[in-house]
Structure formats: structure tokens, C-alpha cells
Design a protein around this ligand. Sequence first.
Ligand code: FO1
Length: 307
Amino acid sequence: MLAGGVGAARFLRGLVQRADERRVRVIVNTGDDEEFYGLHVSPDVDTIIYTLAGLANPTHGWGLRNETFNTLAALERFYGRAWFALGDRDLATHIYRTQRIRDGIPLSRVTAEIAARLGVKAGVIPMSDNRVRTFVKLRGRPDALPFQEYLVHRRARGAIERIELRGIEAATPVPAAIEAIESSAAIILAPSNPFVSLGPILGLAPIREALRAAKNRVAAVSPIVGGRTIKGPADKMMRGLGHEVSPLGVARLYADCVGLFVLDNADRRHIASIESLGMRAIATDTIMTTPARAARLAGIVMTALAV
Ligand code: FO1
């Protein structure tokens, strides 16, 4: 599976009820990674790991459940008001990750260590060990903003002019990501933001090429339902960047590398136009309000891919 954060984690929670978790591999976006308080934060990687470990915060989707924020409050004495909340126990993950990276261990290996310590059986593979940083250029502002600054600090306000994936040209995928695509019977693009969650993963040329070669085994689930996103700013981004805010608009972005497009029943009318892009399209209930609904959706996607 190719994954961003919370939307992808919801789907994954269903997938591991329908597939043996030990055979699942998740290629995760790292364009959102940022440094706070000298610590390497990898939000999408942690969201996936915490979800699979059954430790994720059920309200937010990110961070840990039953978390406390005493250290953050103490840090505010030195740094001023904290707009990015790292919980007390979440800090342990960040201290470990940062120390290992400082010791020269690649992010992919550190991620595997963290996942294993938390009892995760699936393979969690950050897309690259090289630094790729997502920036958002807003209309009327001279400089592009680092992604977390845009999403969390400014609450995704402002009209989007451009997304920059800094470092993408020089970055190479983690070899295990390519191997996973080449050897998997089914590859699923999660219902994540096509620009800032899946965009960085698909922006790595060898990953996109591997997906193109596997097109008949690749499915994508639409993050747009009835003209909007369930969570996050994907709809605003599509509009701002001049794309149609519909499953068809998303399918156009994936036309070269996706063989099956899964959209919500509410958007059935787009099936024919999506199929004219050269992929199959099926409509079903894609709203994952419960783990059982996520499992049902995962089952439908896998059956349609003939797994
Ligand atoms: N999102 C927020 O809206 N506010 C936060 O304070 C916040 C803290 C945070 C800490 C660790 C982590 O792994 C994720 C965190 N997120 C927070 C979520 C995250 O920044 C975004 O949801 C993703 O980057 C988007 O995929």
C-alpha cells in the first residue's frame, strides 16, 4: 500500500483484518517530516505505526492514545507557545529516531526498529532515506511554507498556488519499496491527499515506473467523496491547483499507473469518464467510520483486483 497519514491508516486498519498483516507492506510519505525541538518528526510514518500497533489516538488519528503533554508545557518555557503537539510518550519515539539517525542509521532501518518494538508485523517502509520536504506556496505570500507550518500552524488557510517537493529530484526510493511493488499481488493507493501525501511517493521516478509496469495490479481509492475530502485539505488543493474536485480529477492524476479506481457510490456518475482514461472503475461505500466498514472496503478492493 502507498500511504499518507490518517486516511491511509483508517484504510489499513481494515486491510489487516482481511489480509495477513505479515504480508502487508506500507510505503509511507516522508515529505511531511519536520524538525521540532531538535527532534526528527515523521508524522505519516508514526501514524501508520501507531495505528497498526493499536496505539493511535482515536480522536485525532495521529499521536498516541491516553497521551499527556507535560514535557511540551515545560518546553514552552524555552521555546514559546507550541503549535505542534508532541506528547510525553510520543517524545520517546522521537528521541530514539533522532538519536539513531544522528548515529548514521538510515530512516528506513530506524522505522523498522520502531515498528518491531511496538509489535507491528507489517513492513513499514518510508519512501526514501533522503530528505524530501513538502512546501506550500500560498497566493499573496512571498515564500512557500513548510508543510507542517501550513497545515497545523496556519490550519490550511489561504489559497494554494503551488506545491513544492524540495529534494525530490535527488532522492532515491528505499529499495524495499520497489521490491514491494514488484512482488505484490495487489498494490493499493490509499485514499490520501494526491498532492502532499501520495504526490511525494509518486514523485520518486523509480516508484512511478514500477507502478506503471504493475498497472493491472494497482488500485486507488478516491479521497474525494461528493466534491469534498473527508479529512484534510485535498479538495482545496485540487481547486487551487486547477483540477476538477471529483474522483475523475483524482483519477486523471493517476491514469498512467492505476488499473482500478474505487470511488464512492455518491460519485457513480463519474464511472464512464474514469474508464475512458484507460482504467476500470467501481463504486462502493468508501466512508470508513468504523473498522468494520474499512475492512469491508479493503475486501472489495482486493476482490476487484482478484486477490
Ligand atoms: N496535527 C495537528 O493538527 N496538530 C498537532 O499538534 C500535531 C502534532 C503531531 C505530532 C506527531 C505526529 O506524528 C503528528 C502530529 N500531527 C499534528 C499530525 C500531522 O502533522 C499531520 O496530520 C500529517 O502531517 C498529515 O498527514
